[in-house]
Design a protein around this ligand. Structure first.
Ligand SMILES: Nc1ncnc2c1ncn2[C@@H]1O[C@H](COP(=O)(O)OP(=O)(O)OP(=O)(O)O)[C@@H](O)[C@H]1O
Length: 660
């Protein structure tokens, strides 16, 4: 997809998106979290870009949400869904769901919603989701014990691109190569030309190395898996607890991950552990072996009475011989036993195998007291053990890296699948929490049965279910606080959810396909001339823009408050007539329903939310509007109550009542 073809994506944004590994895939998947990783793109902007991409894909003109109040309702719907996610990914991903006029888009989401609603939001699955996050690359991948070397400038540039983790060096002669071999544990030479050069150190001639970078830097794969280990383990747990079909064998993945340390080292290999411990403990083990030998020898000397013939003693002294000679002569056996003990102790403590023979040479056969190790031999032992440890570690790393490298795509899928489950479960929880059903799309206007708005200021279980059906243009009258605004909110909510492809909080609902939701909230007080003029312009544009292929649902709350009552009634009557002429669906909440009907030239339908009376100062309201009924106003109900209750002033109240 050409990035600049997406609505709202210019050259600059397209450049920022190109910095991602695979922007097309992120856009296709509506992966807001990944898009927001592009430089300078906030998550809000990422969501707008993703919606733009979807719109372009469905040829959707957008602009369903046509007014600030309609936008608020959409935001409220989104918030209710987002409250039910576990992962940040799902929170952002839900922002790609929007009310659309495109039949195909709605149908696609409805299909997904139906499947989502069947999914059980079990506590252990939600728990497991807690650790899932999109996979990401570790930031610091510099590897300092190895370098690449080449003679060729082009290979040099290519190597820097392909294996940026290690340094790449230009070498033109054997001297430079041997300098590198002294500075790095391993030098990988990328040219055949050095094949016959004899250089000390671990210098490998691997002209094909750039074709398989993970063989040169198994740390790349291991680092990626170590960095993402917790997320992958959580994703595997989600698959197990939710019974999802995994994209890879979970046991193999978990076994491989168990072998990996958080820093990318291989763990759980006995041989590697043995060699690592031996290298670390060598000095301590040598000292301990010396101690063992000397303790033995001291005890032996203390216990022995050495008898020495006078001539022998004289000859020893004349030769300048020291105690060593005496030891050799008199305590040779004890010395041998002591040295043997030192050798055994060293081999045993360090658990040596291949290097046992070297270790044994660390204590010589020539008698001396105290017994001392041969530093040169110990150093040799250290070098051998270190090399064996490094060889083993490299082999292990390569093996594990090659096991894991093949799993990368499947792991990506494993995590994506778990994250998408979170999106589904948010929809499922929303549907369950608010007793939702899938609405029917089609027909004229809307029908709501048993609708309960989760946006009310009362607990959801206390919301009274309401029914309402409108086709064409209707005035909605009713007592104060009867629930007229709440009814408009419920209609807007159900229409918005339906066009998002989501379930609605009603026992049954049917909604006509709509291109635009025009929901105008109540104004707080009379408008000044300028604001009044612009409100009239808005309605002027709205009534003229309605066409058959772009049907509009108009919800208006107490438009009369924009100016004085007489003028308001005239204006509202005019707007309603224009909407009726264009076969629009509209509900106008008004306390001036009667006055509007009087001045209107066509017959206008009116419904009413009625109160059956007043009890303890509270209106008893039936919140379902009665079709074709102009509801009595609150003042009328109060006058009626006073007329009933006050015998003395009954004439006065009866007179007032007649005026209604
Ligand atoms: N279906 C319902 N179930 C329970 N309570 C409701 C319901 N509808 C409305 N209410 C309660 O009634 C209150 C008033 O509702 P709302 O503001 O919609 O009335 P209104 O008719 O628009 O009032 P006004 O004429 O004063 O503008 C709400 O804040 C809510 O507490």
């Amino acid at each position: 997809m050409e990035l600049t073809a997406i609505p709202g994506v210019g050259e600059k944004t397209a450049d920022a998106l190109q910095a991602l590994d695979d922007p097309e895939r992120a856009l296709e998947r509506g992966d807001v979290a990944t898009l927001a990783r592009a430089p300078g793109i906030s998550s809000g902007r990422a969501a707008r870009i993703a919606r733009g991409a979807i719109r372009a894909n469905y040829d959707d003109p957008g602009e369903f949400v046509a007014t600030p109040r309609a936008r608020e309702i959409y935001q409220d719907v989104l918030a209710l869904l987002q409250e039910r996610t576990v992962t940040d990914y799902a929170t952002h991903r839900l922002e790609t769901l929007y009310p659309s006029a495109s039949r195909a888009r709605i149908e696609d989401i409805r299909e997904r919603t139906r499947q989502a609603m069947d999914k059980e939001p079990a506590a252990e699955v939600l728990d497991a989701l807690d650790g899932v996050e999109p996979l990401s690359e570790p930031t610091d991948r510099r590897i300092r014990d190895r370098c690449l070397a080449t003679q060729d400038a082009e290979t040099y540039a290519h190597a820097r691109d392909v294996i940026p983790e290690v340094s790449v060096e230009l070498v033109d002669n054997a001297r430079k190569l041997s300098e590198l071999a002294r500075g790095y544990a391993t030098v990988v030479v990328l040219d055949e030309s050095f094949a016959r050069t004899d250089v000390d150190g671990d210098v490998r001639i691997e002209p094909d190395a750039l074709e398989n970078p993970s063989a040169v830097v198994p740390e790349r794969t291991l680092g990626f898996f170590a960095h993402n280990r917790d997320r992958l383990q959580a994703a595997a747990r989600v698959h197990r607890t939710a019974g999802l079909d995994p994209s890879c064998d979970l046991d193999s993945l978990e076994t491989a991950l168990d072998r990996l340390d958080t820093d990318g080292a291989v763990r759980g290999d006995e041989e590697l552990d043995r060699l690592t411990t031996a290298v670390n403990d060598i000095d301590a083990a040598v000292s301990q072996a010396e101690r063992v030998a000397n303790d033995h020898l001291r005890d032996a000397i203390e216990e022995r009475d050495v008898t020495i013939d006078g001539t022998d003693l004289l000859s020893l002294v004349e030769r300048g011989a020291g105690v060593d000679s005496l030891l050799q002569r008199e305590l040779a056996d004890e010395y041998d036993a002591a040295v043997e003990q030192a050798r055994d102790a060293l081999v045993e403590t360090l658990n040596l195998r291949e290097t046992e023979a070297i270790a044994r040479r660390a204590f010589g056969d020539d008698p001396a007291y105290p017994v001392e190790h041969d530093e040169e031999v110990v150093n040799r032992l250290r070098t051998e053990l270190t090399a064996a440890r490094d060889r083993r570690a490299t082999r292990q790393k390569r093996e594990l890296a090659s096991d894991l490298a093949g799993m990368r795509t499947d792991c990506q899928q494993l995590v994506e699948c778990a994250l998408e489950l979170d999106v589904d479960l948010a929809i499922s929880r929303f549907a369950r929490d608010f007793d939702c059903t899938m609405p029917t799309v089609g027909g004229d206007g809307f029908t709501i049965e048993g609708g309960r708005s989760p946006l009310l200021d009362v607990a959801f279980e206390d919301v009274e279910p309401v029914d309402y059906e409108v086709s064409g243009v209707t005035l909605l009258s009713g007592v104060n606080s009867g629930g007229k605004t709440s009814m408009l909110d419920l209609v807007a909510l159900i229409v918005t959810l339906t066009h998002m492809g989501l379930p609605v909080p009603a026992e049954h609902a049917r909604v006509a396909r709509t291109g635009e939701l025009q929901y105008h909230a109540k104004n707080q007080g009379t408008l000044d001339a300028g604001a009044f003029e612009s409100t009239l312009r808005e309605f002027g544009e709205l009534t003229t823009s309605i066409s058959e292929d772009r049907p509009v649902l108009v919800l208006v709350d107490e438009l009369e408050s924009i100016t004085e009552p007489g003028a308001s009634a005239n204006i509202m009557a005019g707007i309603l007539e224009a909407l009726a002429e264009r076969d629009a669906t509209a509900v106008f909440v008004s306390h001036l329903a009667s006055e509007i009907r009087e001045v209107a030239e066509t017959e206008l339908a009116v419904d009413g939310i009625e109160a059956s009376g007043i009890a303890d100062g509270e209106l008893l309201v039936d919140r379902t509007p009665v079709k074709g009924r102009l509801a009595r106003s609150t003042p009328e109900l109060i006058v009626e109550k006073l007329a009933d209750e006050n015998v003395a002033e009954s004439d006065f109240y009866a007179g007032l009542l007649e005026k209604f």
